[in-house]
Design a protein around this ligand. Structure first.
Ligand code: AG3
Length: 298
């Protein structure tokens, strides 16, 4: 089909001034400026609705399931009995939706700093925000840094569903924050952190893991593909007080088959921790080996 130049609209995320990712837009659904960031929702031609914070793509309806399944099910299927889950950020509700698929979870607390994100997603991403009113979830509009400093509650799993370390999410990559998260976690606790692009962001990943090292016994990285973030390959950090992401993973005990997913399964779980050489070599000083061999996962 020919492109009508008068109505041809695209939204572009420019990343580090070296690459751009763009989607055709049909119309703008929401635009607002909160005390924390610029929030935009557009309807795209082929990827459903798309949320941007400060011009950075956060999620599209078409592929959000990959990110949200991978941040939630990997730790929840490694922990032997995850009952209490903390989510920092994640205002769209996608992470909460996946967490609450686990029958073992009795209580989830989600701490999102920006109410505008929650409201925009309630309206424009109904299939993502659908679990925000689940009675097991407490949604707090509050600074996550302050919450972990002040809470006396303890959690089995903490999921740091943050944006890039610019703007409001910057302190979520600091040593002091990871220290507090470790304190609010139980003795077999697991923390997952949004860990950026293995191609473009080793300069963010290495300090991130260094900042976690004093508080966790095991640090690993795992990968997933995305249509919505620059480069198409993205990662999470897996930090635990002892649990191993593969040898402590038992798909039967976790009853993976009973959790409805479109991306995550036991094979994906294991494969995600296998790192290409350039990733493993770049992070060999900061990650733990995944297997018996020397050096990080491969
Ligand atoms: N969190 C954002 C991940 C990083 C995106 N970075 C980027 N586009 N430059 C997504 C929140 C989903 N709950």
């Amino acid at each position: 089909m020919a492109v009508d130049l008068k109505t041809d609209m695209w939204v572009t995320e420019t990343y580090k001034e070296i690459t751009g990712l763009r989607f055709r837009v049909e119309k703008t659904l929401f635009t607002g400026k909160s005390p924390f960031q610029q929030v935009d929702v557009v309807k795209t031609a082929g990827h459903g609705n798309l949320l941007l914070n400060d011009g950075l793509m956060m999620l599209s309806e078409r592929d959000e399931f990959i990110y949200h399944e991978m941040i939630a099910h990997v730790p929840l299927c490694v922990h032997p009995n995850p009952e209490r889950v903390l989510i920092i950020g994640g205002g769209d509700g996608g992470t909460a939706r996946e967490v609450l698929k686990h029958p073992s979870v009795k209580r989830a607390v989600m701490v999102e700093i920006d109410e505008m994100v929650v409201n925009a997603c309630r309206e424009h991403f109904p299939d993502v925000s659908c679990a925000l009113d689940d009675p097991r979830l407490e949604l707090r509009i509050e600074d996550g840094i302050r919450f972990v400093k002040e809470t006396t509650e303890r959690f089995d799993v903490a999921l740091i569903d943050s944006t890039d370390p610019i703007g409001p999410a910057t302190p979520l990559f600091d040593r002091a924050f990871y220290g507090r998260v470790a304190e609010v976690l139980s003795d077999d606790g697991i923390m997952i952190t949004q860990a950026e692009s293995p191609f473009y962001d080793p300069d963010i990943q290495a300090p991130m893991f260094n900042n976690q090292r004093p508080f966790f016994k095991r640090l690993h990285l795992y990968l997933f593909s995305t249509l919505t973030y620059p480069g198409g390959l993205w990662s999470f950090g897996f930090a635990s007080k002892g649990r191993h992401p593969l040898t402590d993973f038992d798909p039967d005990r976790a009853n993976v088959a009973a959790i409805p997913t479109r991306y995550y399964n036991p094979g994906i779980h294991r494969a995600a921790f296998m790192l290409p050489n350039f990733v493993a070599d770049g992070l060999s000083d900061v990650l733990d080996p995944i297997g018996d061999s020397e050096g990080p996962a491969r």
